[in-house]
Design a protein around this ligand. Sequence first.
Ligand code: ADP
Ligand code: MG
Length: 274
Amino acid sequence: MPVIAVINRKGGSGKSTVATHVAASLARAGQSVMLGDVDRQQSSRAWLRRRSRIDAAQAPPIQGWIVDKSSVARPPAGVGHLVLDTPGGLTGFELARLVMWCDAILIPVCDSRFDRDSAAACHEELAALPRVANGRCKVGVLGMRVDRRTRGHAALESWAAEQGMDFLGSLRDTQLYVHCADRGLTVFDLPAAKAAADTEEWKPVLAWLEKAAAAAPKPPAPDAAPRAVAPPAARTHRVALSTPSTLEAHVSELSLSGVAKPGFWGALRRLLGR
Ligand SMILES: Nc1ncnc2c1ncn2[C@@H]1O[C@H](COP(=O)(O)OP(=O)(O)O)[C@@H](O)[C@H]1O
Ligand SMILES: [Mg+2]
């Protein structure tokens, strides 16, 4: 199951908007999709409640998953896609634990120096995590409330290139997003004539996600023989784990990649009671 998280340290950058839109676009494409709300504010969860009161023909249903940022465990099985909305200020161990499960991360960024600096720091932290560093989790950035025809868009694009991030385009500033949030809807659920300009802006984002999801490791067939795990190469300290199905596997991967000192992982295991 591909896991897509929307992450940015800054509140108000558009995480819940992006998470709800990604989930709704997948649901409209006929996928079974779950929207997990890691944020205490539970904006996505409240949005899901509003959506559940709308006719399924207008707004295809999305399952909810309540998850605490301090206890992100194995994502539930049997779902086509999992989309995670996250709180602002997510860093350190909580961020690392969440990223263990992710195949794609979207960072929505508004066009201001403060927002770019904050997003750059967030990206730097993500890039140091093994799952991102080894390319199993892709990171893409999209401009929020930015007109594609402006210098702001071009500036954001070159800034993303400097940071080594995939730039997926910009979403313009429009009250449609505010009204949709109020009603449990997305621009994908509106009449085409009303939202064509906005759904068009989502196309590169969705195409990028589709590619990232296709590259996500598939779970092994139930009767498949266990695959051999390659020994780590002498200096690279990386393990080819076929399917990261347990926390222990991820912890070993992190330890072997040399990201943290051995004492830290002992403390982590004790903390988790393992
Ligand atoms: N492209 C946009 N145009 C106009 N308003 C937007 C846009 N994207 C988000 N918003 C609004 O900005 C506010 C903050 O967005 P939100 O998704 O809640 O951010 P976060 O989850 O990062 O705190 C919300 O009121 C939302 O409706
Ligand atoms: Mg939010």
